[in-house]
Design a binder for this molecule. Structure first.
Ligand SMILES: [Zn+2]
Length: 394
């Protein structure tokens, strides 16, 4: 701090204090200036000046007088959730979807574009088109920026998609490209990490500060929340368990080669497409995820074998994370949640019997709600967090 010019230091302090106040207002339905001073430790004078700025920026409003605690009843303040929106994008495998998301995680408008096989530069054009569509719906004034959830390995500090095999993107500086084109701040994150942020920020269950969110769909990945913050690791790849080879010795002749080129990755056994392929081999009438889910829930013996093996392999993966992180809460999200309680039970059994018993005893593995907009909302939350300092996790 000592070498910084005094002006810069002053500006930083001011931004920090403003974010502190905004966060305190954000966390409460309504709050008075006196309470803000108490909550933040700032003086009444500073609070008055900072609140005046937030009101001028439209982020906060006065909503009349609250209850008196002796003297004159204080004027109450609250956040205006619709004063700003993030554009959140989910770059899925067959479709890109996006939405305008308000400061409380509410989806205001959404849009989708089918990819129809487009990849490389063409897929980037689809991203641009989707952002254009969403900006047109609301106007640029209230848009804070763009949060993008992308598949594959993403360096979210640099905004670079390092490797997304389905989109044929490698070392793509997507963040810089979108920022330059639209003149807005951009956050790019791995889609599963974004979904984990959505769960810990806006989920209906008040999750604790430490949480592992495992997403099982076309691929498998985990988002790790530690101390209320997304933990991304040194290369932003924390939680990329899908291409880990967990049990090379238990490979069967039927297992497919992974899209990463190797054999035995968790994804080749426990992802939804892997289960469909294995079930199809036993029963040709099963050719998509819905048929797999129906047959499993019906109790089809052959399909149960396939799904339970997948669940157990996933359980192994989760056990490894429990051992590494000793996080007590694990949430499974994505299409696999439709497989229901028997699937969950098999994952649990394997994870808890493979982990150290003392750690396993404290661990709680659950299925999340099946909602489709986790990635969009999570990517938006990451953008809001960066731009407004609303470290949104509870
Ligand atoms: Zn792989």
């Amino acid at each position: 701090m000592a070498n910084l010019p005094e002006k810069a230091t002053h500006r930083q302090t001011r931004t920090f204090n403003q974010q502190l106040v905004l966060r305190a207002i954000y966390d409460r339905a309504e709050v008075s200036r006196a309470e803000l001073a108490r909550l933040t430790g700032l003086t009444r004078t500073s609070i008055s000046a900072l609140v005046a700025e937030l009101i001028r920026d439209g982020l906060v409003e006065e909503i009349g007088r609250g209850k008196s605690t002796g003297g004159k009843a204080p004027i109450m303040l609250r956040l205006r959730p619709q004063s700003r929106h993030a554009i959140g994008l989910d770059l899925g495998s067959t479709m890109f979807s996006g939405a305008l998301v308000d400061l409380r995680g509410g989806v205001v408008k959404s849009a989708q574009v089918e990819l129809e096989g487009r990849d490389g530069a063409e897929a980037v054009e689809v991203v641009y088109g989707l952002i254009d569509t969403l900006i047109r719906r609301l106007g640029k004034e209230s848009v804070l920026g763009v949060g993008i959830g992308a598949p594959g390995l993403v360096d979210s500090r640099a905004g670079i998609v390092r490797w997304a095999v389905n989109l044929d993107w490698s070392e793509l500086p997507l963040g810089a490209m979108v920022a330059e084109r639209f003149g807005m701040p951009v956050v790019v994150a791995n889609d599963t990490q974004a979904a984990a942020v959505a769960e810990s920020t806006f989920g209906t269950i008040p999750w604790p500060q430490n949480l592992i969110v495992v997403r099982v769909g076309r691929g498998i990945g985990a988002g790790i929340i530690l101390g209320g913050q997304l933990y991304q690791g040194d290369g932003s790849g924390a939680g990329e368990i899908g291409h880990t080879i967990f049990a090379p010795l238990s490979l069967s002749d039927e297992d497919e080669r992974c899209r990463c080129g190797r054999m035995g990755c968790l994804e080749t056994i426990a992802s939804m497409p892997a289960m469909v392929i294995a079930a199809h081999r036993r029963d040709p009438s099963i050719s998509d995820e819905q048929a797999l889910i129906d047959a499993f829930c019906r109790g089809d013996k052959q399909v149960r074998k396939v799904v339970i093996r997948a669940a157990e392999m996933l359980g192994e993966g989760i056990a490894t994370m429990i051992a590494a992180l000793n996080v007590n809460h694990v949430l499974i999200i994505g299409p696999a949640t439709h497989l229901g309680p028997d699937y969950l039970e098999a994952v649990r059994r394997q994870a808890l019997s493979s982990a150290l018993p003392l750690l396993a005893k404290q661990t709680n593995i659950e299925l999340g709600e099946t909602r489709g907009d986790d990635v969009v909302i999570g990517a938006s939350a990451m953008l809001m967090n960066r731009e407004l300092g609303l470290s949104l996790a509870r």
